[in-house]
Design a protein around this ligand. Sequence first.
Ligand code: AMO
Length: 469
Amino acid sequence: MAKETVWHPTSFRSHTLGQIQDGGSDLVGSQVTICGFMEANRGKGKICFMDLRDGTGRLQVFLKEGLVSDPELECAQNLSRESTVQVVGDVAQKRPPKVAEGEPVPPPTYEVVAKSFTVLTEAATPLPLGVTDTVSIGLDTRLDNRFLDLRRAHVGAMFTLRARVLQYGREYLISEGFKEINSPKIIASASEGGTNLFPMMYFDTPAFLSQSPQLYKQLTVLGGMERVFEIGPAFRAEKHDTYRHLNEFISFDIEAAWMNDDDVMGVQERMINHIWQSVADNDMDQIEIVNKYRETQGDDPITVDVPSLPFPRISYCDAIKMIQDSGESIEWGADIESSHCDIIAEKYPGFHFIPRWPMEMKPFYIHHIEGENGATGEQLSRGFDLNYGRDEMTSGGQREHDVEILEQNLRNKGLDPSGFGFYTDGFRYGAPPHAGWGLGVARLLMVLTGSRNVRETVLFPRDRQRVTP
Ligand code: AMO
């Protein structure tokens, strides 16, 4: 599992700050070259202390008259925060703090005593936002200056956690025989219905940005790849303006032959369980950084509670009944809105599946259920959602693999099968039963990091108001 990272020296540095911070005792007395952003500088006259930060940690640098030149010392004392510097010096153990008798002695810490000091770039002042401040900063200012926002410890930790979630998800699926694929993002026909497409010109032909890898992941499984997954962008021209919708998002998709809806729900819950367990085993340092910031904002700390298996399954029919029993008016066949999800979440606050939606409400590629109808006689489907609390994380289902029914499904949705020949042809020469799902990565991260807005978990979000940076 999580292997030790190998930090080879680069042209600019011999060691990372994290290496010295964590492995300082072996390095005491050795000369190192380090680089970093200068977070703070203290001291006048003959000395200066600088706090440096790189992508691996933080370290104090000590500069002293006589050990560095006078211009170097003066430059260090007057340097603006967030400037980048390179330091050559010797690793030393810091003088331990005085502790009262009987108090535990803290572990040793290290610093670099500079022999030479170079400014790589000087940061302009004032900074558009404070990197070490804990004052709350508006989301728009943060997103406009994401390059600086990311330098804040808890924001960096959130994106480290995001990278880990993708890593653990990948490694889990690979352990179940899935292979990673990449499908085209420039497409000629819609997969999730005809609306919400971003049109574009592909040379002289009208085309669209892909809403989902749906049709291509299916074609790959029809091609015999058996189990595939993709982590890639999906584009939706939806006019939503909510905390959980973006116009570009990363969709984590799987598709697998010889599986039905129940089977792929199993894959999903095992994968999420593995992700949470791996974060609990390896990444609590990042969670603590996030919690340290949350404390300054008066927010409750986040905990990593590994969800137990299996996740609850509340069929669409049972969900409707539950909502009706609570006194809300909802008809069988209606969509389950967020306010309805709140009712379900009272009983099932964590991850829970809602399987067996009416066929009418699911896309044309979803498989129907034989011989079982809904409350008012409608056809049920093998489509499901995964929710966490009030938010949908995933949609998925078993796919229709009988080409005649598939073409009828297209017609039922008002779509012309002739526009889908590249897809339906894939079913004419032997088609395995298959199933899959698509998971919104940012929404899963919201759950893990206790974020209230999906934009917190996306580096450069694209919404109706924002297309830069
Ligand atoms: P669906 O359209 O439900 O299903 O999308 C799957 C998941 O993607 C996320 N998602 C979004 N996240 C942020 N902003 C949006 N605008 C947005 N739209 C969707 C959600 C959602 O659950 N092809 C099917 C999947 C499948 O059946 O395999 C599909 O795309 O978390």
